[in-house]
Design a protein around this ligand. Structure first.
Ligand SMILES: Nc1ncnc2c1ncn2[C@@H]1O[C@H](COP(=O)(O)OP(=O)(O)O)[C@@H](O)[C@H]1O
Ligand SMILES: [Mg+2]
Length: 185
């Protein structure tokens, strides 16, 4: 009887501890992978190199987990963001989803969550010259601003261009026309 009581109490204490662990502040850059892993919430989507999850207890952020051997994508993304930040490139920073932190091995990053439920078809946004993959699925909205959420493919050597370029997402008609053309061949 007493045994059962202690077991139950231990379980409750454990649950409470993990709740407070999750509620406390987000991990910092270079913290262990485990500190990030414990925050893995509901699944959002898979990309080519990463799985993306909600961050438990922090609705404003997502957790990006690299596939094995693809840590360089997270590392590139974080390097690009911090380099732009350090150089005070505010116009570049304004069109990127903020990176809060990257884990020790690069397996995880915590990134600002963007709204991906709004159609971007035909809309225009600013995007850094270095971002080559301008597919709609790599963008989202925060406070009415379209930002890039996947810039792990950028080359981080050398200087970052200071001014973003304007990009217009193709209209449905343009996409259908291009598809029809591809189907011809
Ligand atoms: N910051 C974010 N906010 C909301 N959804 C995101 C965010 N980052 C990624 N996602 C979702 O996860 C998908 C895969 O993420 P992405 O960074 O594009 O991975 P990959 O580099 O593997 O292509 C995106 O297409 C998007 O649906
Ligand atoms: Mg992507």
């Amino acid at each position: 009887m007493l045994d059962k009581f202690f077991k139950k109490t231990k379980e409750i204490v454990k649950k409470l501890m993990s709740y407070f662990e999750i509620k406390k502040k987000l991990p910092n850059c270079g913290d262990s992978d485990e500190k990030f892993e414990i925050l893995r919430g509901n699944f959002i989507a898979n990309g080519q190199s990463r799985s993306v999850w909600k961050v438990k207890g922090h609705d404003d952020y997502v957790l990006k987990e690299s596939f094995e051997g693809k840590e360089c994508i997270n590392i590139n993304e974080a390097k690009y963001y911090y380099l732009a930040n350090n150089e005070g490139l505010t116009k570049i920073i304004a069109c990127l989803a903020e990176i809060h932190s990257i884990s020790e091995t690069g397996k995880y990053i915590i990134m600002e969550a963007l709204d991906t439920s709004v159609s971007l078809t035909g809309k225009t946004c600013n995007v850094p010259k270095e971002v080559a993959d301008k597919h709609k699925k790599n963008f989202g909205i925060k406070h009415g601003v379209i930002k890039c959420l996947d810039y792990g493919g950028v080359a981080v050597e050398g200087k970052i261009s200071e001014k973003p370029i304007q990009h217009q997402f193709p209209s449905d008609e343009a996409v259908a026309e291009a598809r029809a053309l591809i189907d011809l061949f």
